[in-house]
Design a protein around this ligand. Structure first.
Ligand SMILES: *Cc1c(COP(=O)(O)O)cnc(C)c1O
Length: 385
């Protein structure tokens, strides 16, 4: 089976992890700061806080921005459930903004309309989580203008987008957001097995996130109540979690970050080949956001139902039966039973629902060979004819 995504592990990665196993620190040693440095340097950003998953990073990002009971967070329905769940962890409510049918990202136009209505109703969100779907940045300049106009904070869920740029600036620099989050799950572009990071330009937000990832504990005397009692002393000053990344994960991350540019270049090359080789099939190919260079986490095609009668289910099953490990991203979050119980229903976000009916993610990962790509194209053509 050619999978839709796969990690790239070389001897250098293995050596880095094995070295940590023989060292003094399996957690809370020098590798996590080294990994944070690698992220900061790539993103050209002041702070990076590494944690055990992007889900944790989204949670501490919401905590740092003060999201709480009765607050509202908006995100896109075309995402993994974690982008919405982070609000629920904080006791906040969730609503969604429909997608742009061209890029499958949260639509800045729909956002503008929904914010105007929410202001009239006195129900503005505190936070918007935008997701750079498939690795391509959202229209951040426009989104930031709207966020500023209505006093809303912005988190970028860039789980798909490490190595991407927007306006020639690396995603993760937080040029148009408060906090940006990356995932290092093995299907993503860079992996630490499990892991995530939150970047920010704000010292205050970074400090709050560092506190939240480790029980709400500080060892900094300037942040304590009263005096420190000695070098052993720490204080718990808020309620945090254990969301720490291990040294093994961080060492793997450092080794992987050294190859980020190679990974993204390979993904771009493969995506361009798919664009050419699939051009004549009855498929809708991924649209482009101006000013954005995608990191190409996913290559999603939609079945063009104007040009073929084949259903998504039939094409999916045909590919799987022929050893092409296609997948579907995403089942709209508002249609998950958990969110339906909160009141959402089919028809609420028609663009995301229509997209979902027709979408298939086809194999794309750094070491996918041209021969394998040829196989994917051949199986797709056969399935569509
Ligand atoms: C993978 C993913 C997450 C969750 O990442 P984890 O590191 O597995 O917690 C969140 N949002 C999006 C858009 C993702 O693709």
């Amino acid at each position: 089976m050619i999978p839709y995504g796969r990690q790239n592990i070389e001897q250098a990665d293995i050596d880095a992890v094995v070295e940590v196993l023989g060292s003094d620190f399996l957690t809370q040693g020098p590798q996590v700061p080294a990994f944070e440095e690698a992220i900061k340097s790539h993103c050209d950003v002041r702070h990076a806080v590494a944690v055990n998953s992007a889900t944790s990073a989204l949670h501490i990002a919401c905590m740092a921005l003060g999201l709480g009971l009765g607050d509202m967070l908006w995100t896109t329905p075309n995402t993994f459930v974690a982008s919405a769940n982070c609000a629920r962890y904080c006791g906040a409510d969730v609503d969604f903004v429909d997608i742009d049918p061209l890029t499958y990202n949260l639509s800045a136009e729909a956002l503008a309309d929904k914010l105007a209505v929410a202001e009239r109703l006195g129900r503005l969100p505190k936070i918007i989580v935008v997701v750079h779907f498939s690795g391509q940045s959202c229209d951040m300049e426009r989104i930031a203008q709207l966020a500023q106009k209505y006093g809303v904070r912005v988190i970028e869920d860039a789980s798909h987008a490490i190595g991407a740029t927007y306006q020639n600036t690396p995603v993760g620099r937080c040029q148009y957001s408060d906090i940006c989050v990356f995932s290092f799950h093995p299907v993503k572009i860079v992996t630490t097995a499990e892991g995530g990071v939150a970047t920010t330009q704000s010292e205050t937000l970074a400090e709050r996130m560092r506190e939240a990832r480790s029980h709400g504990i500080t060892r900094d005397p300037s942040r304590m109540q009263g005096q420190t009692e000695g070098d052993w002393y720490y204080q718990q000053i808020s309620l945090g979690y254990n969301y720490r990344m291990t040294e093994l994960q961080a060492a793997l991350g450092v080794a992987q970050m050294a190859r980020l540019e190679t990974f993204v270049a390979a993904r771009n090359r493969l995506a361009e080949r798919y664009d050419k080789q699939l051009a004549t099939l009855p498929l809708i190919l991924p649209g482009r956001q101006p000013q954005a260079v995608s990191a190409w986490h996913l290559y999603v095609v939609q079945i063009d139902d104007q040009r073929t009668d084949i259903s998504r289910k039939a094409l999916f099953e045909h590919c799987r039966a022929n050893n092409i490990g296609v997948n579907v991203h995403y089942i709209p979050v508002h249609l998950q039973p958990y969110y339906q119980k909160l009141g959402f229903k089919a028809g609420d976000f028609p663009n995301a629902e229509r997209y979902y009916q027709r979408a298939i993610s086809i194999p794309l990962f750094a070491q996918l060979t041209e021969a394998e790509q040829g196989q994917v194209v051949a199986i797709l053509s056969a399935g569509l004819s």
